[in-house]
Ligand binder design. Structure first.
Ligand code: AMO
Length: 434
């Protein structure tokens, strides 16, 4: 493509070629102001009728908002223009004309409903606030990757087409695999354990997970991004330290590098870094605090999972990120290790934001016999998981890890009211395209 200068880099008295979208046109008769927008900002192109060929003037008169244009011209200072610069064009090329019937208004002056926005994501993403979310999401993922690498972890990618589920049979998406039954993977759980048990020891993965959840809520997706860690010779507290450090690293990096985006989202004042040392309370303590607060209609008893309402009430009591540790064994999956001196209690933990669960993890059962027993207790067929359990016979070290929801991390960080705001093309009960 021809050389082009990003509009934010245009300097006065320079001859440049810029290209981008027509954000706005103000035709004052004899003179028109075309605001050109690219990924770096906006630039006023001042079109004087008597200084340009007739066909260019006619073309500008017919130009539609969101058309793509390329302009060659000379910049000069102009206090009244955005950024204090205007471009006096020599030539204007209409590269791609936009249909005037836009399905949503990218200037954001007219609100659109979320489904309309998601149907027209290309246009939606032309809005600065939407762009800000995805720019921050990209920074979060980079910060997380760097935090794992700094902790000596190897990045892995594992299959998304699998033979067995891991997180409970009802939430699997079945697919046909050359006539055999297969599923979309719910979690890299078993693979990350198998690799942690090799000489690689410490691994992380950032990738899609698929959950056939029936419920349509503001915080569930059917395809989500999971940030997974697994470390050999780690116990639950080590995995919690790691989860805390990646979450903190994400906040710190966003605070350092995304002030402009936070400002667009109106979050510069409210953006608080999590203070170090997330509080760790046991499940039992969580129940005690909730029951004592009187926030719930019915008291919780040992073995209950925490409802959305209970999570919120506890979040209010805690007021910051925290961990719930030592969950009842019965509510945690087969791979989580239980305490030897109390097999009803597990090493499983959840990392909570005051608004919702962000992550869960724990130490894993690494002893072959106990692992197979656990399968049987949960009504699962150990033979179906032989590809996994067999490796536990050949020197599997103790290990621990966690899975952290990428979208929930961004959602809670930016106080978004719907998780779909943090995904470019969400998958939910209703939505399969785009
Ligand atoms: P879990 O099932 O708790 O644990 O998932 C881990 C985290 O992933 C996110 N998450 C979701 N986000 C949006 N929509 C969903 N449907 C969804 N499901 C999960 C949540 C959740 O806390 N294998 C274990 C992790 C481990 O033990 O290492 C697991 O998948 O933020």
């Amino acid at each position: 493509m021809e050389q082009r200068t990003p509009v934010a880099e245009v300097e006065p008295d320079e001859q440049v070629r810029v290209a981008g979208w027509v954000h706005e046109i103000r035709d004052l008769g004899g003179i028109a102001f075309v605001i050109l927008r690219d990924r770096t900002g906006r630039l006023q192109v001042t079109v004087s009728e008597d200084e340009l060929p007739t066909e260019t003037v006619e073309m500008v008169a017919e130009m539609t908002r969101e058309s793509v244009i390329a302009v060659i011209g000379t910049a000069r200072p102009e206090d009244r223009a955005p950024g204090g610069i205007e471009l006096i064009p020599d030539t204007i090329e209409l590269v791609a004309k936009a249909d005037p019937g836009l399905p949503l208004d990218p200037s954001g002056k007219v609100d659109a409903e979320l489904p309309t926005r998601l149907d027209n994501r290309t246009l939606d993403l032309r809005k600065p606030d939407v762009q800000a979310i995805f720019s921050i999401r990209s920074t979060v993922l980079q910060a997380v990757r760097d935090a794992f690498r700094a902790a000596d972890c190897t990045e892995i990618t594992t299959p998304k087409i699998v033979a067995t589920g891991t997180e409970g049979g009802t939430e699997l998406f079945p697919i046909s695999y050359f006539g055999r039954e297969a599923f979309m993977n719910q979690s890299p759980q078993l693979f990350k354990q198998l690799i942690a048990g090799s000489n690689v020891e410490r691994v992380f993965e950032i990738g899609p997970i698929f959950r056939a959840e029936e419920h349509n809520t503001p915080r569930h997706l059917n395809e989500a991004t999971s940030i997974d860690f697994e470390g050999a010779f780690c116990e639950a507290s080590d995995a919690m330290d790691m989860a805390e450090s990646v979450v903190t690293a994400a906040y710190e990096r966003v605070s350092e590098e995304c002030q402009a985006e936070l400002e667009v989202l109106g979050l510069t004042d409210g953006f608080e870094l999590p203070s170090g040392g997330f509080e760790r309370i046991t499940y039992e303590e969580a129940l005690d605090r909730l029951n004592a607060s009187g926030a719930l209609d019915e008291s919780l008893v040992w073995g209950d999972d925490l409802s959305t309402e209970a999570e919120r009430a506890l979040g209010e009591l805690m007021g910051a990120h925290y961990f719930i540790t030592e969950w009842p064994a019965e509510v945690k999956p087969f791979y989580i290790k239980n305490f030897d001196d109390d097999p009803t209690t597990s090493t499983g933990f959840d990392l909570m934001h005051p608004a919702m669960e962000l992550s869960s993890g724990g130490q894993r059962e690494h002893r072959y016999e106990r692992l197979v027993e656990g399968f049987e207790q949960q009504g699962l067929d150990p033979d179906a998981f032989a590809y996994y359990t067999e490796m536990f016979r050949y020197g599997m070290p103790p290990h621990a890890g966690f899975g952290l929801g990428g979208e929930r991390l961004v959602m809670t960080m930016l106080d978004l009211d719907n998780i779909r705001e943090a995904v470019l093309f969400p998958r939910d009960r209703q939505r399969l395209s785009p």
